[in-house]
Design a protein around this ligand. Structure first.
Ligand SMILES: N[C@@H](CCC(=O)N[C@@H](CS)C(=O)NCC(=O)O)C(=O)O
Length: 292
């Protein structure tokens, strides 16, 4: 949409028991993608979903098919970079003069171990919504069952069979990871450090976005990484509650105090309860979205 092009979207239900992303036609499509040729197949789980660290998983979303060029792109980072470079119209999400800095942020977002925080509980207190806490245990077993059900469909197609086998190995590794307390603690502290750094960078920005007034791929990437997991960063009693009081009548969303103050004059203020001497956060849970 930012690039001002027309596109069609085919939605897949990725949750068990449907797991439409495991159907042979879809997996075969992804096996023809550029990412499939470039990366080793997925065979482990480190809490991230980056192809750089995990390898290529042909059984996930998203996938882009460019019907004009015939190119098949898998992996959101590769898709976004392709669209930014191929399409000249719309917002320039990757301006040449700050390209490297934007790509560095994209890379940081891509390596956030957000999947660990989605599937696994913080051993020191699960901060996910109750609905999520209820469905996540056993999810990997459900995914493995769904893949196994499809294995007969790979008869005579060794590549498809290999893709299913790799997915099972990954999901078994994920099932072990999310109940391994030291591994979960390491993932959580890495995510917290990345979010702290993001909050610092937002605070240093001269505008509402990471790069001042320029909305870039970095903002898009972080927005896709953080909001989905924000509950994992909040609600710990030692951390301040988001407490922004901004008189702007129409609700807007912001990610940092500095960004908000420019968008919502007069300056929003924090409730006294938001201040905590024990919290590492200077203001409120970092980079979470608060209504102002
Ligand atoms: N780095 C990959 C991650 C893809 C990914 O893990 N997708 C998840 C949803 S966000 C998925 O399709 N999961 C379904 C499954 O594993 O069955 C990307 O950004 O494209």
């Amino acid at each position: 949409m930012e690039k001002g092009v027309t596109f069609g979207s085919n939605e897949l239900t990725i949750l068990p028991p449907q797991n439409e992303n495991y159907c042979p036609q879809y997996v075969r499509l992804r096996l023809r993608s550029e990412a499939a040729a470039k990366h080793r197949p997925v065979s482990s789980f480190t809490g991230q979903s980056s192809v750089d660290s995990e390898g290529f998983d042909p059984l996930v979303v998203p996938t882009l098919v460019d019907h004009e060029t015939g190119r098949i792109l898998a992996d959101s980072k590769a898709i976004c970079l392709y669209l930014c470079d191929a399409l000249s119209g719309g917002t320039d999400l990757l301006p040449a003069d700050i390209r490297e800095a934007v790509l560095k942020q994209v890379q940081l977002a891509d390596t956030t171990p957000h999947v660990a925080l989605l599937y696994g509980a913080d051993p020191d207190g699960d901060r996910r919504p109750e609905s999520m806490q209820a469905v996540m245990p056993g999810i990997h077993a459900h995914k493995i069952d769904a893949v196994r059900r499809n294995i007969p469909l790979a008869d005579g197609d060794p590549l498809l069979l290999e893709a299913y086998q790799h997915k099972i190995v990954k999901e078994e590794a994920a099932a072990s990871f999310v109940i391994n307390e030291p591994q979960m603690r390491t993932a959580i502290s890495k995510a917290e450090q990345l979010v702290t750094d993001l909050d610092r960078d937002l605070g240093a920005s001269t505008g509402p976005w990471l790069f001042g007034d320029r909305f870039t791929l970095a903002d898009l990437f972080w927005a896709g990484t953080i909001p989905a997991r924000r509950t994992s960063f909040t609600s710990r009693s030692t951390r301040p509650k988001a407490a922004c009081r901004c008189p702007t009548p129409s609700p807007r969303w912001r990610t940092s105090a500095s960004a908000c103050s420019r968008k919502c004059p007069p300056r929003w203020t924090r409730a006294a309860s938001a201040r905590s001497t024990t919290s590492p956060w200077p203001c409120r849970p970092a980079a979470t979205r608060a209504k102002c």
